[in-house]
Structures are given as C-alpha cells and as structure tokens.
Write a protein of this length. Structure first.
Lengths: 276, 368
C-alpha cells in the first residue's frame, strides 16, 4: 500500500471516529431513555440491567391513567397559538425591516436583543402582571411568555427570507394593477412560504420545549408537557419509567419537525444576518 | 397611443439629487431609448414614469393625463425588468394572466388573450411550466408576453436583454423591434449599452449624472454629438479626441498642424474629435474630403474580420482607426503610415465646457 493511500485511509478512519463519537454522545441518552421506557417496573431503577423482557406497562399507564395526554394537548395549543400570533406579527415586521430598512440596522439587530435577556429577568414582571390580571395558571399566561422569545426569532428568521425575494416581484405586481398590500399577499407571501414554514416550526419547537416559564406560570390542569415531565420527580422518588415515556413523547415531534425543515432552518438562522 | 411628457422632474434620494430638472417629450408610438453610464439616472427616470418612485418636484404626463400622483396600478403601463420578475410560484399561464385578473377580466377572455400572445411569442408549449423550468430566453419571452397581454398605454423596459448571452441578445433586439412595429405602443427602453441604443431606438436620450445630455435620432447622436460626453459614450471604438489650439485657420496639437478650411474666425484652445472610421490611409479618400496627410506609427493591429482596429501613435497621443482588412498589407506593427482625416466628419468641442462647436458639421451626413 502506498503512503498517500494509507494516509487517506487513516484520515477517513479518524473522521468516521470523530463523527461516530459525536453521534454517540448525542444519541446514547435517547437510546437509554427508550430502553428505560420499556423496562418492567421492578427494573426501572436499575440502569445496569441491559437485557430484560420489554413491558408496555409504562406506556399504558402514561397514556391511559395519567393526565399526560391533556398536557400534550396544552403544549400543542400553546405552541400553535404562539406561532400563529408570532407569524402574524413577525411577517409584516420582517417585511418592513427588509424593504423599508425600518429603524436601520440597529433596530434590526435590536429584535434579537429580546432573545439575549435572561428569562429570569422577565419572569418576575410577567408573573406579577399575570397575577394582577388573574391569568396565572392559564395557558394565556404561557402564551404571553412564549411570545417574548418566539416573536423575535420568527421575525429575525423571516427578514432573511424576505430579503431574498426580489423587490421587482412586488413592483411588477404593482405595475400590473395591484396595491402594495395585494402584492405582498399574492406575491411575497407565497415566495417566502418555505421560510414561513421553517420559522413556524422553529418557533413551535421553542415554545414546546420551554419549561421555565410554564413551570412558574401554570399549574394543575394548565400544565404543559415539560412541566408534567418534571412532575414525575415526586416526593416518593423519580418515576423513571413513566418519565421516560413522557420524554420520548416530547422529543419525537421535535425531531420529526427538525428533520423536515433542517435545510430552511440553516438558511433562516443565517439569513437575517446578511445584507445588514 | 399617448406619448409621455416629463416637466422639470427632479428626484432626490435623501441628500443625493439623482435627477435634476429633466424635461423630456416622448412621442406617440416612438421607441425611445434612455442610455448612459450606470448611475446616470436612466432607471430612476423609468421608475418615475412607472410610478415606482415619486418625483421630488415636477410633473409627469402620459398622454394628456397628469399621472404624477397616481399609483403604478393606475397608470396603465407595463414594465419588463432586467431580472424578468416572473412570479416563481405561478405557471407561465398564471404569470401572464396575473395582470388581467387584477382587472377582473373574465377567464374566457383572459384565456383568449393569453393564447394570442403565446402564439405571437412561441410560448404555446410552456404555459403549464413554472419560471424555474425555463431558460433565460424563454423567461424573457414570458416577461414580454406578460407586458403585452395587458395592452397597456406604454411599455417600459429596464435593461431587458442584459441577462441574456450575446447571441440571444441580438436575436431578441430584432424581435422586440418587430413587436414594436406590430403593436405601435409607445416604448421607453433603458440600457447602458450604446450599441443597443443605436440599433433599437428611433429616438435616443443620452443621460449622465442626472441630466439629459442630448436627445435625438441615432444619426444625430452619432454624427452631431452635443458634447464630449455624448461623443465619447456613443460609438465603438470611441471617438478619438485630440487636444490642441486653433491658430490661423489650422488645428495644432498632438504634433500635428492640420489646416481646417471653413473654420472661420475661431481661435484658441479646442478639442478635435474624429471617429475611428473617419481616419483613412492617405490616398484612400476622395481628395476634396481629405485633410493634409500626416505620419503616425502603427502600434497594434486588431483584426475583427473584414475590418481591423489599428492603434496609431501620434507623439504621446494614441488614436484608433478602423481600417479595411484589404488595406492592412500596407501596414506593419512598428512601421510608419500616412493618414488623413475626413474633413467633413470632424467634430470640435470647447476645451472648457466640452460643448460642441458648430462649424465643421455643415457638410456632415445630417444635412444630406
């Protein structure tokens, strides 16, 4: 074997090794959680046991005997409403930032500043406001909290996509007999559809994954799924098996969604940054 | 078909004045080309007519109607952009139909019109496709089809051919002109390409730095440029300009002394312009048109085919001449040659202002 060929193979092996290690780090916890979810109740607390007869007990209990389905519905509702509002606000805002340079580059950047405020700073005033409005323990409170970080992200995302739509498309529509508003709805909006989908899914995932705000602002029947997952950590110990099931239920939709929009996600994250 | 009139139109973008006091009259049914270097204001002018920009001051009339304050959609003009601006999510058919649907025309009529236009432009097979599946030339046709299907008062073209390759571009020029003859719609066409302007326009408007330098037919622009900028901008290779003086009825400069009959009493500093095709090898021009012969060194010969561009050195000055290929055998790079200028085709420009000095043009081809 010649030296360059050997070197190339070594290099390839090294690459594969590094990528494999990274994948292992990321995927192993999921694998372990999956195993745990299938363990019979007496083995749940035995991480050292790898071979066992799979049991559906945990799954059955979570689905049929717990309130988790309701919490999933709550999370879903919060995510959907949050994203709907964020898109309604974010798309016009993004259009304005992109086309009219509203507020200049600084305002454009300031949109993201909201993202940089630690949630702990926002939660106190948010809680007080919700308390005064008697909205604590309602989904409205969670939605309001989630909007504080989903709207900026969605807006930022869409700026990049609107930037990529040639101005001439709207101008053409305006010369062809449409108002600017009609041109936006009939030409720009369809052209950024992939961006809307990606921003929407990304915003949904952010809302879906949030535990901090939801934990403080909700309780009882208004809990969201992440709060419910944390709830398996009880004073009687951690109900590992059921928790594992709930975690998988929380993770799978996110994974699926990310898979479908990964290409647009990358574009969206970088998109707002160009053409400052 | 109505014409267009711009009256004292000024456009500022913030502090920058892109157009100043433009007065322009575009005749009914004409094909007017706005040409100039980039940033000269030609596209801004077009966009003002379309209503995509609003004037800072002045008035714009289409026909007798003052459209200055009207929205683009109220002006009944059609525009073709450089990048064609086809709606990517619509089929060719829907792209063409889009403007008609804005008028709430019934679908049967829309269909009839689209089929007509498709036949005219050879788009019949493409109607179900999306813009992304078309070649550049096909996209161009769709954009043109979308403009003509509306039967507008006015066509506005913003560098429509510059995204096409050279061969396609020349073909499309002819097609656009044919289309214009057929439809007779007043057309304003913007380009930075002087050759395109010359071949397409029945009127040319040369612009620079937000001002109109000259308006005229292609012949007027070429043979009687109003100033040095126009003279240098139009024509390829560009006009040779020699700096010098006029003393005692003769031009002195670039190491030459050329008697100029009929120069009258002009004296002082002057710029002498001569186009490359008006420099001839001595003995090849009728004697009554030829200036006194002078000698120049052949620097470079660039053969184009039937003709060649020959660069001569006149002392420190370089001049370019267009020479017939069959006359080349008398020339060799590094040797000297005797040249004459065509008296009837010389241009004089004021050394300070660059304005044309009308003296030698009397015998030019314009008057014939």
């Amino acid at each position: 074997m010649t030296v360059p060929l050997l070197r190339r193979r070594l290099y390839l092996a090294l690459q594969t090794g590094v990528v494999g290690l990274a994948l292992l780090t990321v995927l192993f916890p999921f694998f372990w959680i999956f195993l745990t979810s299938l363990k019979p109740p007496d083995l749940v607390a035995r991480p050292d046991v790898w071979t066992f007869l799979p049991s559906a007990a945990n799954w059955r209990e979570v689905f049929l005997e717990s309130d988790v389905p309701r919490y999933i519905a709550n999370s879903f509702l919060v995510g959907a409403v949050t994203v709907a509002i964020a898109l309604l606000v974010g798309f016009p805002a993004a259009y304005s930032f992109s086309r009219y340079r509203t507020g200049g580059g600084l305002a454009r950047f300031a949109v993201l500043a909201a993202e940089m405020v630690p949630p702990a700073v926002l939660i106190v005033p948010l809680f007080l406001v919700m308390y005064r409005l008697a909205l604590t323990n309602t989904l409205v409170a969670v939605i309001a909290a989630h909007l504080t970080f989903v709207v900026p992200v969605v807006t930022w995302f869409l700026i990049g996509f609107v930037d990529e739509v040639p101005r001439e498309l709207e101008e053409q529509a305006m010369v062809d007999g449409y108002t600017r508003g009609q041109a936006i709805l009939r030409v720009v909006l369809p052209a950024v559809r992939p961006g809307i989908a990606a921003a929407g899914i990304f915003g949904f995932v952010l809302s879906w994954n949030d535990m901090f705000y939801a934990l403080i602002l909700t309780g009882g029947a208004s809990k969201t799924l992440p709060v419910a997952i944390a709830g398996y950590w009880t004073f009687r110990g951690i109900e590992m098996g059921k928790m594992a099931v709930a975690i998988l239920l929380a993770v799978v939709p996110v994974l699926a969604a990310s898979f479908f929009v990964q290409k647009h996600l990358v574009k969206g994250l970088g998109g707002g940054a160009v053409k400052m | 078909m109505p014409g267009v009139r711009l009256e004292k139109v000024t456009k500022r973008f913030g502090e920058v004045r892109t157009l100043r006091d433009i007065d322009l009259e575009i005749a009914d049914g004409s094909f007017t080309v706005l040409v100039g270097p980039s940033g000269c204001g030609k596209t801004t002018t077009l966009r003002l007519v379309a209503g995509l920009e609003t004037v800072s001051s002045g008035r714009i009339l289409i026909g007798e109607r003052d459209v200055t304050a009207l929205e683009p959609r109220e002006r009944n003009v059609a525009m073709v952009f450089q990048n064609y601006a086809l709606y990517p999510h619509m089929t060719v058919y829907d792209n063409i139909a889009f403007g008609l649907r804005a008028k709430k025309m019934d679908e049967a009529e829309i269909r009839r019109r689209i089929l007509d236009v498709a036949a005219m432009l050879g788009l019949g097979d493409l109607l179900a496709r999306r813009p992304g599946e078309l070649s550049g030339g096909q996209q161009q046709r769709v954009a043109i089809g979308r403009a003509i299907v509306r039967e507008p008062n006015l066509f506005l073209f913003d560098e429509p051919l510059s995204n096409l390759d050279a061969k396609l571009r020349i073909g499309m020029r002819t097609e656009l002109l044919k289309l214009h003859r057929e439809l007779g719609t007043t057309t304003i066409y913007v380009t930075h390409d002087q050759e395109e302007a010359m071949t397409m326009g029945d009127r040319i408007v040369v612009m620079e730095a937000g001002e109109i330098r000259q308006t005229g037919t292609p012949r007027e622009i070429y043979f009687r440029p109003a100033d040095l900028m126009v003279a240098r901008f139009v024509g390829s290779p560009p006009m040779n300009v020699l700096e010098g003086r006029i003393e005692g009825g003769a031009f002195e400069g670039a190491g030459l002394r050329l008697p100029l009959p009929g120069i009258g009493n002009i004296t002082g500093r002057i710029l002498l312009g001569v186009r490359p095709e008006d420099i001839h090898l001595a003995g090849t021009l009728e004697p009554e048109r030829a200036s006194a012969p002078f000698s120049a060194r052949v620097e470079v010969i660039e053969l184009l085919g039937a003709r060649a561009i020959v660069t001569f050195a006149l002392g420190d000055t370089e001049i370019k001449a267009v020479v017939e290929e069959r006359q080349l055998d008398t020339l060799g790079e590094g040797t000297d040659a005797f040249l004459v200028l065509d008296h009837h085709r010389l241009h004089l420009f004021d050394a300070e202002s660059g304005q044309r000095v009308e003296v030698l043009s009397g015998a030019g081809p314009i008057e014939k």
